[in-house]
Write a new protein. Sequence first.
Length: 175
Amino acid sequence: MWARKLEIITGIVVLILAVYVILNPNIAIDLLRLILAIGLVILGFVLLVRGATSKVLSTEGKLLNALLGVIVLALGLAAVIYANFGTAFVLLLFAIGLLLNAIGRISFTGYSVGAGIPSWVRWRSMILGIVAVILAIAVIVLPGMGQAILVFLVALIFVVFGIQLILTGAGSRSD
């Protein structure tokens, strides 16, 4: 019974966090910047250690890993130290992700013809690809819009996760 109550309380707290993120959008951007920076610092250290200690890689591979580790580590530290750089880097990665998604969706329409996929699915994929290209360009040209989209996505994740916790807690049986 206590686990169910804890899930419901946690769900309510997560929903409150979603509202807090909407009211304080910089929190969401700072959170994304921090997650990116931590990931880059960890990856940079891993690449450095691999470059320094690998017995499998050639000398060129070791040097390349070490160099890439230094670059990634520097990017991660810069994202932490320089907030504007970190935010711009998050937005750039978001725009690149949108562009890659758009390319995948648009190219899917060409490959799916031979697979027998209905034309309405291909058209929707094409339209979503075009929308993703437009959004990616808009994020690059209008960074404020990109930040707003990212804040909305973070808040949406909190809302969905909070509702899921509440429903799981309310719907589970205590044995």
